[in-house]
Design a protein around this ligand. Structure first.
Ligand code: MRU
Length: 375
């Protein structure tokens, strides 16, 4: 896999309280354009350097996009799926002049490298399967025709993601009372999707509906998606947000300072067990202890009917240096043994409801989840 750094497109200091450069005014569309198609390339916001810097990196083939996913330039299950779809399209466009055999071999290799980038978010495999379907449907057509069809499909996957997030937002917003204090973990916002967000989409939709919502953002150790990304998104849109470290959630809940929890997910098994960012399980147990509703915003593309329960969900283990420090600052003793599982599984019994684009599924279980996929 290519480990060459993707070229920077532009770079701006991302001041808190100001709109991201190039982003539309509130209500005009996706508040942050996590991925964009420019001049035959995919450009993605580098989420590793937010909120200090706001910059796009440019990608030209599948191996580069896979590296962008692996290194978390782009992250969040739906955004990973969208990026992977563009990775396939880029590979096809780069191979337009190749022989049919070389085109097939190159595309297979691109699909393989993308599939190996991160294991937990099922949207990655869902998007690759969809792209393979488009390729197979145009297999006996000229390379250029297949490449154009693949690019169209990648655009459609992204556009569909925003529509789905808006639908989930409308269903989920109805669950939140005016004045609700909503705790969220990790970042399931516009940055984790093609726009609007899943968990933060629910909050955005509630705010758009005129409700006064305030957000409590868990910092989300070790990669700090809550402190760096959720806080940034909320501050930009002037949605009241309070940042806490992960170990403060129980205290706030015990004092009656949390009305609801809304999180996203990377994969939901057929029985309703939910994989999400490490620490989510802890939040779910605490919410249960304190009688606080625990909602999971979950597009249907994140439900994996092939896995019977959460024990079968592959959990990514990431590098030790994410735990021993952050960026170039390392604080733990050199040589210490480290565990870094990036996700955990919340059993279905702790989930109050799954917020999907088809509506809210209360007390998810195998039968209710299966009914979501019936016509
Ligand atoms: O490791 P990350 O940052 O990709 O993890 C992201 C999450 O855990 C999100 O909550 C999940 O992908 C849902 S995003 C809409």
């Amino acid at each position: 896999m290519s480990r060459r750094a993707a070229p920077k497109v532009n770079s701006t200091a991302a001041h808190q309280g100001q709109s991201a450069p190039g982003s539309p005014a509130p209500g005009e569309g996706p508040s942050v354009q996590t991925l964009r198609w420019r001049d035959g390339h995919l450009e993605m916001i580098d989420q590793r350097v937010l909120p200090q810097r706001f910059e796009y990196l440019r990608y030209g083939n599948a191996a580069e996009v896979a590296e962008g996913i692996r290194s978390m330039v782009v992250r969040g299950a739906p955004a990973i799926g969208c990026a992977a779809a563009y990775g396939v399209a880029l590979e096809a466009l780069a191979l337009q002049g190749a022989t049919p055999d070389a085109f097939s071999a190159g595309l297979e290799q691109g699909l393989r490298v993308l599939a190996a980038s991160r294991p937990t978010a099922v949207n990655l495999f869902w998007a690759l399967k969809r792209m393979r379907g488009v390729w197979e449907a145009s297999q006996h057509r000229p390379n250029a025709v297949a490449a154009a069809a693949l690019l169209l499909e990648a655009h459609e996957i992204s556009a569909e993601d925003v529509r789905i997030n808006r639908a989930m937002g409308a269903h989920g917003a109805a669950l939140l009372a005016d004045g609700a204090r909503v705790l969220t973990h990790c970042n399931a916002g516009a940055l984790a999707t093609a726009g609007h967000g899943t968990a933060l989409g629910v909050i955005r939709s509630a705010v758009e509906a005129g409700k006064r919502i305030s957000v409590i953002a868990d910092e989300t150790r070790p990669f700090l998606q809550g402190a760096r990304l959720t806080a940034w998104e909320m501050v930009q849109e002037r949605i009241p947000v309070t940042l806490i470290t992960d170990n403060m959630a129980g205290h706030l809940m015990s004092r009656g300072e949390v009305d609801a929890v809304v999180v996203g997910t990377d994969r939901v098994a057929a029985n309703g067990d939910v994989a999400n960012k490490i620490g989510t399980y802890m939040v779910a147990v605490l919410a249960h202890r304190h009688g606080i509703p625990f909602y999971v915003a979950c597009p249907l593309s994140t439900i994996d009917l092939e896995l019977p329960d959460g024990a079968a969900i592959p959990i990514e283990e990431r590098a030790a240096d994410e735990v021993t420090g952050f960026r170039s600052c390392q604080w733990a003793a050199k040589g210490v043994h480290v565990r870094n599982p990036a996700f955990d599984v919340t059993p279905a019994e702790l989930v109050t409801g799954l917020i999907t684009e088809k509506g809210v599924l209360m007390r998810p279980d195998r039968t209710r989840i299966a009914s979501l996929f019936e016509a």
